[in-house]
Ligand binder design. Structure first.
Ligand SMILES: N[C@@H](CCC(=O)N[C@@H](CS)C(=O)NCC(=O)O)C(=O)O
Length: 216
């Protein structure tokens, strides 16, 4: 069975859960928790030298990391990864935007507001990230104005990549429903796809705690 290393607070891990559920692929989850320092534990670093979740161990023991690479891998031969080069480039364009602009604004803001120790968080940094988060949501709103999905008429892994941290933006005081109508409609649309897994939900068939898995 596939093994996903990640926790339920992580939007990056949630992207992988989403594609696995859409693909109806069974997996177990190892609960790798940032608040307990698990990503930098030597035992985890042997699996993922980058020290980040999500990571997926395939049936043959091979390990793949990075949420975008995992989305790409599991979307092969499905409508979530289009077949022509221009459409693929469009999907990648939005996925790079997610990794370079969207996630570093909203996910980092969420991390600082929800999980970091207040002494490590400056008001100036919060103000800067709030402005960047508003900017990326404006970009996404523009992108979704005239289409159902971010790259056109069909949902792709670009939508899955953008979903979790956009959905979680309300946790940092960015009320998507009242300010970004096209994004709000897109969130509703995605949530209606058969097999959709809501944020914070566990799609795993089995869950192992970190120490349990690594002592086994
Ligand atoms: N580019 C990576 C980012 C992964 C990432 O930042 N993961 C966070 C949790 S959401 C993490 O593991 N942080 C642990 C750390 O940096 O110590 C991806 O998209 O998978």
């Amino acid at each position: 069975m596939l093994t996903l290393f990640g926790n339920l607070d992580s939007g990056n891990a949630h992207k992988v859960q989403m594609i696995l559920k859409f693909r109806d692929l069974e997996f177990r989850r190892v609960n790798v928790r940032q608040d307990l320092g698990h990503p930098r534990d030597d035992r985890f670093l042997k699996i993922c030298s980058m020290g980040k979740i999500p990571a997926v161990m395939l049936d043959d023991g091979d390990v793949l990391t990075e949420s975008g690479a995992l989305l790409y891998y599991f979307a092969q031969n499905t409508p979530y990864w289009p077949t022509d080069a221009r459409s693929q480039a469009e999907v990648l364009r939005w996925m790079f935007f997610e990794q370079y602009s969207h996630e570093p604004a909203i996910a980092v803001l969420r991390y600082l507001k929800r999980f970091a120790h207040p002494k490590d968080v400056s008001a100036a940094r919060i103000t800067e990230l709030e402005a960047r988060s508003i900017f990326v949501l404006d970009v996404l709103e523009q992108g979704l104005k005239s289409k159902a999905w971010i790259t056109g008429g069909m949902p792709t892994i670009a939508d899955l990549a953008l979903y979790p941290y956009t959905r979680l933006a309300d946790e940092v005081g960015l009320n998507v429903q009242s300010r970004w109508q096209s994004i709000s409609d897109w969130l509703d649309r995605l949530q209606q796809i058969s097999g959709f897994l809501p944020v914070y939900s566990d799609g795993a068939a089995q869950v192992a705690e970190f120490n349990e898995y690594f002592s086994g």
